[in-house]
Design a protein around this ligand. Structure first.
Ligand code: MG
Length: 205
């Protein structure tokens, strides 16, 4: 199995008067997270973990913080971009593990709903998504929410698939060559130019 791993981290300060968005959910809480977008620290960390897994840059390279188009944006948009990059690179998610670090609200009572929501956004099963939470003991960071995320991804086509696809193409080419030879011998039809394989197995990235 051809696998790669990615890591993401993010932080946002709590701010009164804005809705709290974590994991694509609006959470009932007196303060939200300040940010150019909706400040969803969990989705931002997962987005960076996925982009990092296929070395496709980071969230800031696709969505510069000063760009007015992303003002108050739903962070699910960033996650979708990361999924497109992952698919384009030929990989899919194996699992995602995250740790939120925040003083409040308590995440444990809503972690199940949050896992389900994030799994939907990622297009995977809930069992492939882990969301844990800790309080920032001894860090003096009660006004900040942080999130760490790792993502394991695997190639959508493994080596055996690539070899068997290559073998099918090769056998088709050999068959075409035999037919061409027979036609050429029987009817004097000149041989057609051999068609190159449609892809190079060493060059699928
Ligand atoms: Mg962020």
């Amino acid at each position: 199995m051809d696998t790669r791993i990615g890591f993401g981290w993010d932080s946002h300060a709590f701010k009164p008067g804005v809705p709290l968005r974590i994991g694509g959910m609006t959470i009932d809480h007196p303060e939200g997270l300040a940010g150019h977008s909706d400040g969803d620290v969990l989705l931002h960390a997962i987005t960076d973990a996925l982009l990092g897994a296929v070395a496709a840059g980071d969230i800031g390279s696709f969505f510069p913080p000063g760009d007015p188009r992303w003002k108050n944006a739903d962070s699910a948009i960033f996650l979708r971009l990361a999924l497109e990059e992952l698919e384009h690179a030929g990989y899919k998610i194996v699992n995602v593990d995250t740790t939120l670090v925040l003083a409040s609200p308590k995440i444990a009572p809503i972690a199940g709903d949050m896992r389900s929501r994030v799994a939907d956004l990622l297009g995977v099963e809930m069992s492939q998504v882990s969301i844990k939470a800790k309080t920032p003991e001894g860090l003096n960071l009660d006004g900040v929410a942080q999130c760490h995320a790792v993502a394991l991804v695997e190639r959508t086509l493994d080596e055996d698939d690539l070899k068997s696809m290559s073998a099918v193409i090769e056998s088709q080419r050999q068959l075409e060559d035999v037919v061409e030879d027979l036609l050429s011998q029987v009817h004097g039809v000149p041989k057609k130019r051999t068609i190159a394989p449609i892809f190079d197995t060493e060059d699928i990235t």
